[in-house]
Design a protein around this ligand. Sequence first.
Ligand code: FAD
Ligand code: NAD
Length: 471
Amino acid sequence: MAELRYDVAVIGAGPGGYAAAFQAADLGLRTALIDEDSQLGGTCLLRGCIPSKALLHATRLLTDAEEAAVWGIHFGKPRVDLEAFRDRVSAIIGKLTNGVRTLAGSRKVEVIQARAWFKDATTLQLSGANTPSELSFGHAIIATGSTPVIPDSLRLRDPRVMDSTGALRLPDIPPRLLVVGGGYIGLELGTVYQALGSEVTVVEALPRLLNNVDADLLRPLHQRLLRQFKAITLNTTVAKLDAQEDGLVATLTASPKTSTETFDRVLVAVGRRPSTNQLGLEHTAITLTPRGFIQVDRQMRTTEPTIFAIGDVVGEPMLAHKATHEGLVAARVIAGKQTAFDAAAIPAVVFTDPEIAWCGLTEDAARVSGQAVKVVRFPWAASGRATTLGRTEGVTKLILDPESGRVLGMGLCGIGAGELIAEGVLAVEMGAVAEDLATSIHPHPTVSETVMEAAESFYGSPTHLFIPKRS
Ligand code: FAD
Ligand code: NAD
């Protein structure tokens, strides 16, 4: 067998790993991309971002059809063929994962299907059918991602208890669904199941949903979800689940009160943990942070000089685009480029309806750190486009430096917020000031105008809002 020595060995073919491998190959390095899964794309493509957004898109059609009644347009009761639904999602995943494999082949990245772990700081052991048992590398990049957390108290050997992967398979439409955790996954997948016909109850341990989202951005979503979901129960934990024949009995604790309720299925969405187990890290000088992530510096170097790490396995935010960016940085550093991860704004989008999106400094974070900021808002009730869409509940806000007007952060709640936030990212990264946004002509009628008008508010004169002058 030919000697298996690579300049770069990437472990994990998610959005971090495959981006790193492609970049390394483009920079002339002999690169291997190793994943135990037969399909490339990692959590994001196979059981995360892509299937969840496909489901959200399809189920949005159901809600839109229902809400078309305000236009005098009435559809009959929809009939959902779950098998066709699942086939469509699989086809989308299949197309994208094949695309990743084709791109790997075009770049001459060696794809190896195997589980990998470190024998030492320059050797990986592999276990997989038709793979060699070892390969050596000049540098390795760990991109092993994360897996769902299921607390012991909720871990039942019962298929009715699902993590996100199980819920994305859409086994059926449970009449009564309990969602444990009011974070990204709970709200996105809760939205999917509600639209399909489930009665959804969300139980969140903290006093509010989506804990790190500014309260004014959360409000429009929370209000809509209150109308759609059966219940949103805050300050409450699910202490225990009991499997009974007629359902799963959940014990809900809101100290000092305890109650029980029965559900047909339970989705546990209480966070994810980094995949560092059985990686042989003990055979390297890699250290973990107190929360169990792999410790890296701004160049994505671990404490073992030959090994880099990127993506979910190195910490929050656990987002695909952060993983990709870190992957590009790691590959470029290995190729000898002077670069580092120094993003001023990592955007976040919750793909609910309405969507919430933010980037850069948030109002809450500014308050906690005591940083002086000027916050300007533009309510979508004053947007012509939002009115035509019948979705005026949204809000756009900018977090600005009070002296210079420099854009430090942006937040949105409203339909299409996930697309609009890119303007905020660019503004923060380019060091734009409010005037740059206010004087850039935005197309009419679009909700992007709310960004321009929020910026105009900094100067006290948005066209579609009257702000009385202080005498
Ligand atoms: P992953 O994508 O987790 O990939 C890791 C890969 O490593 C896997 O393929 C795994 O098989 C492989 N692996 C692990 N250990 C080994 C080993 N020892 N040997 C070989 N292979 C190994 N993020 C967003 O930005 N937007 C979204 O809309 C979004 N939606 C999401 C929806 C859901 C339901 C979930 C669960 C997550 C979502 N995320 C979203 C988060 C996103 O999926 C992750 O942040 C992203 O996948 C992390 O990428 P990664 O490359 O670090 O690792
Ligand atoms: P999360 O951290 O977003 O939310 C988990 C929620 O569960 C928190 O609000 C937490 O307070 C609550 N919780 C914890 N234990 C609880 C208990 N016992 N009872 C009730 N509530 C409890 O985690 P997630 O929703 O599992 O998502 C994991 C990660 O995946 C996200 O943090 C995000 O990084 C990523 N993700 C991103 C997207 C996106 O970008 N649109 C979508 C899905 C997932």
